[in-house]
Write a protein that binds this ligand. Sequence first.
Ligand code: SF4
Ligand code: SF4
Ligand code: SF4
Length: 298
Amino acid sequence: MANKKEVAILFDSSHCTGCKGCQVACKQWNVLPAPLEKNSIKFTGSYQSPADLNGDTRLVMTFAEHESGNKFQPLNFAIGRRSCFHCTDAGCVEACSSGALYKTPEGVVAFDSAKCNGCTYCESACPFDVPRFRPTDGTIDKCTLCLDRLEEGGIPACVKTCQPEALCFGPRDEMIAKGRQRVEFLKKKGFAKAELYGEKEMGGLHILSVCKHGHEAYGLPTNPTVNPSVKTAKLMRTVTGVGTAAVVAGLAVSLIAARGYRRDEVTIEEAKKHWTPEQREKADREVKALLEKEAGNH
Ligand code: SF4
Ligand code: SF4
Ligand code: SF4
């Protein structure tokens, strides 16, 4: 049975109008800048903008066109939502080399940016390709489920702003019941592929989605799993027992980051290019000290 304290957002794609008010509310509440220059984001022919998450964008509404089979309305939009899903089995938390990412009893996967060293392991570990590096301060950024608002008894900014109530927030078991009910309704209306995504995926997500056209139509992965590199990262930490930067640098030598579900494969060496000179120097120093210590023991 789900933990009674657990909370969740329920996104209902069949209610969403694609207004993107939630995207704007997220930027406003979390003080995340957006480009202001005219035409600074090139029009790609899609309503999706920006095209993907980035260090200053925690939430993107996704737009996919599908043939409907109806000659009067030949195209249907599958409007989806891309942000952190707050997984129960959160690979990002497992992989985090500094303890910056952590889980709360309510199921929120939050982070302490002061602790983040910018190693970007969380990016590689996440099957949804969510955490993004922000070069301006050398840390990652992602949705926190508006933990600061929750702690004050509020609800997430994106949920608060949604006019057609495509977003709801509350105890996870209640959100599951509501989502299941909606799926039943949609199936009766002829949407045979309608389903609730997130009940079981990654041990249970804390962003649940009513997918009117089935999860594939929204680009959601089938049976997502934690990236195997996470196990190696954990093992490395246990075996060496050394500082954060040394672990990061040690792994950088030996690991290839697995593919996020949307972006191309990147190596840890490539990810390392994002580090600040201070982070690189610290890592190199710690690895050198570790190697010298080990040589002294033999
Ligand atoms: S605010 Fe609501 S209706 Fe508008 S895009 Fe977001 S989820 Fe959809
Ligand atoms: S979606 Fe990715 S970043 Fe969010 S909790 Fe799951 S593994 Fe971590
Ligand atoms: S819960 Fe908060 S941080 Fe997450 S997408 Fe909504 S507004 Fe943004």
